[in-house]
Design a binder for this molecule. Structure first.
Ligand code: FPP
Length: 247
């Protein structure tokens, strides 16, 4: 079955039966977008958060099961304090609004990352948003905050080592996955990075094993539903073999 992703249909037809179950996005280019407009970087992050909101709604509407976005990495603390603070404030605002409109939007929210270093207020909002939205079964949005792929793997290894000490249970890939933030969630089928950069930057290193990668020069605040259609269309043309041969 084919659907037009956008009303004007310009990006083409999406095959509804071949949609990626899980899309992940590195929301890059906010700073450059703001600079082009002579504005502070925080202005770009605020615009990026609005883009995220639109794309999450769109994913829900077309039937994507999981959307994982990289909002703040374990390395982003190196940025100027005012920029870090601005991102945390945007995150807080988003959570407050998401909690207020949850009954209407029915988006399930999860946070991936070490939230122990975030402010108590932010942690409270995260717990509240996760707890209230648990019951929804539309799109699940995973917000990566203070997240790093290597950090996630090291934490999982530590937790498994502890389990092994007590039980001696053998380690399998499946078992290891159950210690990651993404436990119980299928791996991303499609990873999108806007803004012209072509690297993973410590994002979902374990889970990205067989993800299709899509890069575009569009800066994240300019990323539209039509751009997402383009990425999904490119994905639908890929030949996914998972290490096997064509059947
Ligand atoms: C990368 O662009 C972007 C970030 C490090 C922050 C992304 C954060 C948001 C979009 C807001 C988070 C809020 C929610 C609700 C998810 P960059 O700053 O590195 O851009 P540049 O490469 O052009 O400098």
């Amino acid at each position: 079955m084919f659907i037009f992703g956008k009303k004007d249909g310009k990006a083409g037809k999406l095959d509804k039966d071949k949609l990626p179950r899980h899309i992940a996005v590195i929301m890059d280019g906010n700073g450059r977008w703001a600079k082009k407009r002579g504005m502070p970087r925080s202005f770009g992050h605020a615009a990026g958060a609005e883009t995220f909101r639109r794309i999450a709604t769109y994913c829900k509407n077309i039937g994507i099961e999981y959307l994982t976005v990289y909002a703040f990495s374990t390395e982003n603390w190196k940025r100027p304090a005012d920029e870090v603070q601005a991102i945390m404030e945007i995150f807080e605002k988003y959570l407050r609004e998401a909690i207020e409109t949850m009954e209407r939007d029915r988006v399930k929210i999860k946070v991936f990352g070490d939230i122990s270093v975030l402010s108590p207020k932010l942690r409270r909002l995260i717990h509240e948003a996760e707890a209230i939205s648990k019951k929804y079964d539309g799109v699940q949005v995973n917000l990566c905050v203070n997240y790093g792929g290597r950090d996630e793997i090291v934490r999982a290894a530590r937790a498994y080592a502890e389990h092994y000490r007590k039980t001696g249970e053998e380690l399998t890939e499946e078992k290891f996955s159950s210690y990651l933030y993404s436990a119980g969630i299928c791996d991303p089928d499609l990873i999108i990075r806007p803004s012209g950069e072509m690297r993973l930057s410590n994002f979902l290193l374990w889970q990205a094993a067989y993800a299709e990668l899509y890069f575009t020069d569009v800066l994240w605040p300019d990323f539209t539903e039509k751009e997402l259609d383009r990425a999904i269309l490119a994905y639908q043309k890929r030949d996914r073999r998972f290490g096997g041969v064509k059947g």
